[in-house]
Design a protein around this ligand. Structure first.
Ligand code: ADP
Length: 624
């Protein structure tokens, strides 16, 4: 007798459990949620396309979305309804939707009539259904939910009348089929509110060609409002958008519309519900239902909002004052301003401009600072030059004293002689007259020495005057004559043969010459007397104005030559080493240059040169 093997039994149990689990898993993986959208109208109606877009945007990709179109008002009637019902029932028998969406009032009405034969247990979301229509249904089942919409015809007309204060005629265009007539009835009711502001005229159910002709005859006192139409008075079918486009193209008055799908086809605008937003809203409800929410428990907004939409090109075309357009209006087709369009470029340009302005400001500040610094340097230089002149005057004290003593001594002896003549009692008036003349001449000589000295050492403002270089050199000779005699040096002054005009500070140029001459006299101090001659030559020729100070002294050692113009360079026991450095500063401030070279017969030559261009216009020592 076979015995039961407990291992085999438990293995079977495990196998069975595994199969069940696998089946359950594969069933879950294969279960795709189904959503069916049933539209009232036909496939290409812009409102349907937008609504579908909103739905697809919101519902997860894993959900299968199917769409059916009742294609009202082109197809209708009981037999049509019966055929569609049969078709839908059979088509979706094996794949019934988890949620049904009805788009538009026609689809909702159809569902309410045929729900029991179609999808009795399936929750329904309505989309794009007017609140007034919902209110007209005696008892809406609790598992049919959605956010209603209400077209804001009155709001649009009210705005339009404000924007066209001259408009006295409100022309309303509607169509011929049931849906069109519903709009007409509603509009006939609503226009009564505008009595007193405009007279309402209905162009209802006209053949399109007649209608367009009428619209083309409107004057400035008119404005048009239309919800579009599905069918005209001649039985031609349209989408409301297409009908509105034809009207806007033909009308000689601004046209306003009721749906956002009309924006961009030539109408000015209107207070409109948005079909894409309706699709998104319905999609969110579908998601909640698919996640197991009970329809009756959903908390939904009372109504879809309407927004004021305007086409900027039409605002311009009809000369509407943009100030009357409310700030919250959505403005379409407004070309961005230059700044908006080239924002980045404009920011870059502004940044470059600011940077440039900053740089310019910085440069101006820098320039001003430099100018202050230059003025300070110039002031110091002028003070140094003055100090140097005082030093020179000090060096000349002995000779100056001698120069003054000479006329003073002569005056004294002449005064003594005059006293003796007077005491003698003789009438020697002519002699006395001569003596007095001598005294006067000597006095003038003495005061001339004092004047020259004062001129040299006085502190003065820098001048920029034309002066004759020959005269300036002669004055220098007068100042130094006594000193040269004292040192037994001959001054050989050779002036230019023509008037030689420099523009600048005469005292400063004289100071340069005095320095050069004193240096030259120092250099010849130790050479035999026959070589103690200093020659000063002034020339004015093609090279410009030149001065040469030539001596036959000890000369300058080649190693010292590069240093002699440096401040504080001196080979003398008592030397300060400032004379040549100040001389170079002053000459250069007058637009010239100064240098030293070996003399042809020993000694040294100092040359100063002002090129022709600068001789009549020596730059001011004042910084520019
Ligand atoms: P300082 O006369 O106080 O020494 P300077 O600047 O006038 O200062 O001169 C600087 C130096 O240049 C002098 O010490 C001297 O060595 C040299 N020097 C200037 N002029 C002559 C000259 N004519 N001959 C030779 N050496 C000169």
């Amino acid at each position: 007798m076979p015995t039961e093997n407990p291992n085999t039994a438990s293995r079977l149990v495990y196998l069975l459990a595994g199969c069940v689990l696998l089946l359950a898993l594969s069933a879950t993986a294969g279960e795709t949620r189904q959503v069916l959208v049933l539209y009232s109208t036909h496939r290409l109606l812009p409102a349907n396309l937008e609504g579908e877009g909103g739905l697809r945007e919101t519902i997860a990709n894993s959900v299968e979305l199917s769409a059916e179109f009742l294609d009202y008002p082109r197809f209708s009637g009981e037999s049509y309804a019966h055929t569609v019902t049969t078709f839908l029932r059979e088509k979706y028998a094996l794949r019934p939707p988890d949620v049904l969406v009805v788009g538009g009032e026609g689809a909702l009405a159809f569902l309410l009539d045929h729900r029991t034969e179609l999808f009795p247990q399936i929750p329904v979301v309505h989309m794009g259904v007017a609140r007034s229509f919902l209110q007209s249904i005696p008892s809406l089942p609790a598992d049919i939910v959605g956010v209603p919409v209400e077209c804001d015809f009155s709001g649009t007309i009210d705005q339009a009348l404000r924007w066209h204060p001259q408009a006295r005629r409100l022309v309303v265009v509607t169509g011929a089929v049931t849906l069109d007539r519903k709009f007409e009835a509603r509009l006939r009711d609503e226009v009564s509110r505008f009595q007193g502001r405009a007279t309402a005229e209905f162009l209802a159910r006209l053949p399109t060609d007649v209608l367009l002709k009428r619209l083309g005859e409107l004057g400035e006192d008119a404005m048009v409002f239309t919800p579009g139409y599905f069918q005209d008075g001649a039985g031609r079918t349209f989408t409301p958008r297409e009908a509105a486009r034809l009207m806007a193209a033909a009308a000689t008055a601004p046209v306003y519309g009721s749906f956002n799908t009309f924006i961009g086809i030539g109408i000015v605008g209107g207070s409109m519900p948005n079909f894409a937003a309706m699709g998104r809203q319905a999609g969110e409800i579908v998601n909640q239902l698919l996640n197991g929410a009970a329809p009756a428990e959903l908390r939904l907004p009372a109504i879809m909002p309407t927004t004021l939409n305007v086409d900027w090109r039409q605002i311009r075309r009809w000369g509407i004052d943009e100030k009357v357009i409310p700030g919250d209006a959505i403005v379409h087709f407004k070309a961005p301003s230059f700044l908006e369009e080239h924002r980045n470029g404009a920011i870059m340009a502004a940044a470059v401009f600011l940077l440039q302005a900053g740089l310019i400001a910085g440069l101006l500040v820098e320039r001003r600072r430099r100018r202050w610094a230059e003025l300070a340097v110039q002031k110091q230089c002028s003070e140094l030059a003055h100090a140097s002149r005082l030093a020179v005057a000090g060096e000349l004290t002995a000779s100056i004293a001698h120069e003054i003593n000479q006329p003073l001594g002569a005056i004294l002896s002449n005064a003594d002689a005059a006293g003796l003549i007077l005491e003698s009692g003789a009438d020697r008036r002519d002699e006395l007259r001569e003596i007095l003349a001598d005294i006067r001449r000597d006095d003038l000589r003495a005061s001339e020495v004092v004047r020259r000295l004062r001129t040299l050492i006085a502190k003065h403002e820098i001048e920029r005057q034309p002066f004759d270089l020959n005269e300036a050199v002669s004055d220098v000779e007068s100042v130094l004559r006594a000193e040269a005699q004292r040192r037994r040096v001959t001054l050989d002054i050779r002036l230019a043969t023509t008037v030689t005009t420099l523009i600048g500070d005469r005292i400063q140029i004289q100071q340069v010459l005095i320095n050069l001459l004193i240096n030259a006299m120092d250099a010849v101090a130790d050479v035999p007397e026959y070589r103690r001659t200093v020659v000063v030559s002034v020339a004015n020729d093609a090279r410009g104005i030149t001065i040469a100070v030539r001596d036959r002294g000890h000369g300058i050692a080649p190693k010292h030559l590069p240093q002699i113009f440096d401040s504080f360079f001196s080979t003398k026991r008592q030397g300060m080493g400032l004379g040549l450095s100040i001389a170079r500063t002053l000459v250069e401030a007058h637009g010239g240059r100064i240098w030293a070279e070996d003399g042809s017969d020993d000694g040294t030559v100092f040359q100063i040169e002002w090129p022709p261009a600068s001789t009549m216009g020596v730059p001011s020592p004042e910084p520019a």
